[in-house]
Design a protein around this ligand. Structure first.
Ligand SMILES: CC(C)(COP(=O)(O)OP(=O)(O)OC[C@H]1O[C@@H](n2cnc3c(N)ncnc32)[C@H](O)[C@@H]1OP(=O)(O)O)[C@@H](O)C(=O)NCCC(=O)NCCS
Length: 215
């Protein structure tokens, strides 16, 4: 598998891969990559973002910036070539999102690694397996593009997210002592990676090695 070239390939549209896990649920869940918004979807995405920020954030924002600012932000995300926006739906309504961020073209040394950022699910849609589904889709998309590593970082306070990522095979390799400032308090950040293109056995060895290095 070759690393993404300087002429990075187009991101695939809505990966058709099946969800990595499909726990039984009465509610209808879906994840897709979006390249254009309908008015309803953009409105619902801003509502979900606002609710998640109010609930405690954990994906960047601390204070809700207002609906118009959020709309501008998301329209801007769609214009950034290195970013792909994935939406999570519950019974058809957008309730969460995540971004796959590719390295800029000048960063040849890290051209093999993409980053999962700004992932969240609105409080009113949590516990349906959507974050697991969303993360799996972003990961599959990165893998399909030839990326060998998926990076992410999380505030130490986001306990559910930390458990989720660790259960999906992300390996914690570092702690940033001054990662974020929330409510006047400095919060640590945990840094994770996942090797995407290697057999499970080598992934386990790499995880062991990282564990030993950190011990
Ligand atoms: C982290 C977050 C995305 C999880 O969203 P979600 O859709 O509720 O997560 P899922 O339903 O996919 O559940 C993922 C796992 O966490 C567990 N979980 C979910 N909510 C939980 C809770 N409140 N307490 C304990 N475990 C919980 C689930 O049981 C599931 O584990 P399992 O698959 O082994 O059963 C959501 O809580 C959130 O947006 N938090 C704030 C923002 C954030 O932390 N973003 C991630 C870092 S950028």
């Amino acid at each position: 598998m070759s690393a993404p070239a300087a002429d990075a390939p187009e991101l695939p549209r809505a990966p058709a891969a099946p969800a990595p896990s499909e726990p039984a649920a009465e509610s209808q869940r879906a994840v897709e990559r979006v390249e254009r918004f309908t008015d309803d979807d953009l409105h619902a995405l801003c509502e979900a973002t606002h609710a998640a920020i109010i609930d405690g954030g954990g994906f960047g924002w601390v204070n809700p910036p207002g609906h118009r600012a959020l709309e501008s932000y998301y329209r801007g995300v769609l214009l950034v070539p290195e970013r792909a926006l994935f939406l999570a739906r519950l019974n058809g309504t957008v309730v969460g999102a995540a971004q796959l961020v590719r390295p800029p073209r000048n960063n040849e040394a890290q051209a093999f690694a993409a980053t999962l950022m700004h992932s969240f699910v609105a409080p009113y849609a949590r516990g349906h397996g959507l974050a697991r589904l969303l993360t799996g889709h972003v990961e599959e998309s990165a893998r399909a593009l030839g990326y060998q590593v998926l990076n992410l970082d999380v505030r130490e306070t986001q306990a559910v997210a930390l458990r989720l990522y660790e259960s999906m095979g992300f390996v914690r390799w570092g702690v940033h002592p001054a990662y974020a400032r929330v409510g006047g308090k400095t919060v640590r950040g945990y840094y994770y990676y996942k090797l995407l293109q290697v057999p499970a056995r080598r992934r386990a060895e790499a995880a062991d090695a990282a564990g030993e290095a950190g011990a």
